[in-house]
Design a protein around this ligand. Structure first.
Ligand SMILES: NC(=O)N[C@@H](CC(=O)O)C(=O)O
Ligand SMILES: [Zn+2]
Ligand SMILES: [Zn+2]
Length: 421
């Protein structure tokens, strides 16, 4: 299929025509090109998520690779990295190849499996990192996300191991002894509500330790879902010293605060917890400064019975794929260069996903892109989302920006705001 995307603004620049032929950006449109009227639309390189929970295998009642891929394409994504906390855990070449194959079959986004760092996420023994790296799935990111690799010796060994093939360890930074029984952020609101808190230092202490380990080993560390102002300062100092560390922030940590726990609606329960307005401000500034490299969704679908129950029993986590770009637009406005870098270019570089996050103004770039209508407004209806789950914290909110079309290697996955297949 060939396309001529007419009158589109690439990253907010003056309107132009964008030709797509044989999977690539082309200098001239093909004769048989299908014309898309893109007046008023903005083209971005296809978004890349380095932190998505697709729940397959094991919790297909909450999400599958297929439903999660639909949600991703509708959110403007062309690649997602699938977290390893499935059942069975993605800790062998067999499981990561299964997820990778399911992604190919769905065919809507590139699904890049993340491998577990330790067997069963148990934090005791290293998983077969090399076998996962050399498998058909070509794993590059390893994470025990959901759990922290708390044992410093194991963390050191993991960093040493992946250095050989330029892999990266993505850490869920949570000192488990400091978060036992935690239900929300530890602070004024938790005191008022009488809920056990997760103190900021439980995150900051692990990040501080891990940047020192990464510096010692000379290996790559990625920090998942950074949520506190103190974490930002640790990262700022580490980067200034030249440590090979990258970090992500979620859309929800850029917008929502711990005050939302006061209504005891478990839709706002997430790990790490929603923090204070001061933390939100520091995270926004860190993303602008580049101290935080990327926005990652931490899309965490949960079945109704795991979410619509009493706060203390509810699983932590919230949906993110279909609302990430609109939340970014509502927080930062139409800062297209920032959005493209933090949501596509930088995540593609961290995950080493060649062909994603490319320059759309250059002929020959793989045609992974999304078209956004920044003037559209829409109301979030949990039942209308493509995800199999409904646990969005934005229900009923009016958000700016609608994803009109998404292209994966020149083939439309979304057109007119609907999944093509
Ligand atoms: N973020 C969450 O609250 N939950 C995630 C796990 C995680 O990202 O730590 C999940 O798998 O549900
Ligand atoms: Zn996590
Ligand atoms: Zn996660």
């Amino acid at each position: 299929m060939a396309y001529l995307i007419k009158g589109v603004s690439i990253l907010g620049a003056a309107p132009t025509d964008l030709a797509v032929t044989d999977g690539l950006i082309a200098a001239e449109p093909a004769k048989n090109a299908e014309v898309i009227d893109a007046a008023g639309l903005v083209a971005l390189p296809g978004l890349v998520d380095v932190h998505t929970h697709l729940r397959e295998p094991g919790r297909e009642d909450a999400e599958t690779v297929q439903t999660g891929s639909r949600a991703a394409a509708l959110g403007g994504y062309t690649a997602v990295c699938a977290m390893a906390n499935t059942s069975p855990v993605a800790d062998t070449a067999g499981v990561v190849e299964q997820v990778w194959r399911l992604g190919r079959e769905a065919g809507l986004v590139d699904v890049q499996p993340i491998g577990a760092v330790t067997i069963g996420l148990a934090g005791k023994q290293l998983a077969e990192l090399g076998a996962m790296a050399t498998s058909a799935a070509g794993v590059r990111i390893f994470s025990d996300d959901g759990f922290c690799v708390a044992d410093p010796r194991l963390m050191r060994r993991a960093l040493e191991y992946v250095k050989a093939f330029d892999g990266v360890i993505a850490q869920h930074a949570e000192e488990p002894r400091l978060t036992e029984g935690a239900q929300m952020h530890e602070g004024e609101v938790s005191t008022r509500l009488g809920l056990t808190g997760w103190p900021a230092v439980a995150e900051e202490a692990i990040i501080a330790r891990d940047v020192l380990l990464a510096e010692h080993v000379g290996s790559r560390l990625h920090v998942c879902h950074v949520s506190t102002a103190g974490s930002v300062e640790v990262l700022r100092q580490a980067k200034a010293r030249g440590v090979r560390v990258t970090a992500e922030v979620t859309p929800h940590h850029l917008l929502l605060t711990d005050e939302l726990a006061a209504g005891y609606d478990p839709v706002f329960k997430v790990n790490p917890p929603l923090r204070t307005a001061g933390d939100v401000a520091a995270l926004r500034q860190a993303l602008l400064d580049g101290v935080i490299d990327v926005v990652a969704t931490d899309h965490a679908p949960h079945a109704v019975q795991d979410k619509e129950c009493e706060w203390s029993y509810a699983r932590p986590g919230m949906l993110g794929l279909e609302t990430a770009l609109p939340i970014m637009l509502s927080v930062f406005g139409e800062k297209w260069d920032l959005i493209a870098d933090r949501m596509s270019v930088a995540p593609a570089r961290i995950a080493r996903l060649d062909g994603h996050g490319g320059d759309l103004t250059k002929a020959g770039t793989p045609a992974n892109l999304t078209l956004v209508d920044p003037s559209a407004r829409w109301v979030v209806d949990p039942g209308a989302l493509a995800s199999r789950s409904r646990n969005t914290p934005y229900a009923g909110m009016t958000l700016p920006g609608r994803i009109v079309a998404t292209f994966l290697r020149g083939e439309a996955t979304v057109l007119d705001g609907k999944v093509v297949k």
